[in-house]
Design a protein around this ligand. Sequence first.
Ligand SMILES: C[S@@+](CC[C@H](N)C(=O)[O-])C[C@H]1O[C@@H](n2cnc3c(N)ncnc32)[C@H](O)[C@@H]1O
Length: 185
Amino acid sequence: MEKRISKILTKLEVLNQKGGQWNISHETGQFLHDLIIKNKPELILEIGASNGYSTIWLAMAAQKVDAKVITYEFVPEKVRDLVSNLQKAGLIKYVQVVPDDANKRLGEIDEKVDFVFLDGRKNEYLQQFKLLEPNFKQGSLVVADNVNSHTHVLQDYLYYVNNSKEYKSKLKDIGSGLEITEKIS
Ligand SMILES: C[S@@+](CC[C@H](N)C(=O)[O-])C[C@H]1O[C@@H](n2cnc3c(N)ncnc32)[C@H](O)[C@@H]1O
């Protein structure tokens, strides 16, 4: 990992311990990065960037597989930190930052989406998944965070992805719990 990237990740991990950012763990970031390297998606979406800790992991992987990241964040102060942190990491050129409510903007995407990281409001995952379904192709992966920490709020989402013949879904028990859903037909 480049020194400027590890420096900013460490800085954000220290900041996260003070609270208020709700960033994924280092282990989760490494897992998302490795999953992207393995699956080589072309278009990666992230809903809920906060200060960009997870976005840096996604963009680092995107750089290696020649993919593009689109990330959504609607809190202006967080957008400012997100852009600044991506610039410091030297990764801004791999990321399109959409400073708006993802729910209003997902319908605009006309390309196929092959990797999604859901980490916005937990009660909106299902709505966002359904908005993106027309953009999925066989092999598209959707990774949803907080399925252990917010299991109750995510009941409807978990039921949907685990009871459709179009998807294969499993829990990865790291960080706050990741549900990994693959479009199989
Ligand atoms: C859990 S934090 C994201 C943490 C980040 N993914 C990380 O691990 O570094 C959730 C973020 O999603 C943003 N958010 C929630 N719902 C959103 C939406 N519909 N559109 C855009 N941003 C949203 C919030 O403002 C908040 O900053």
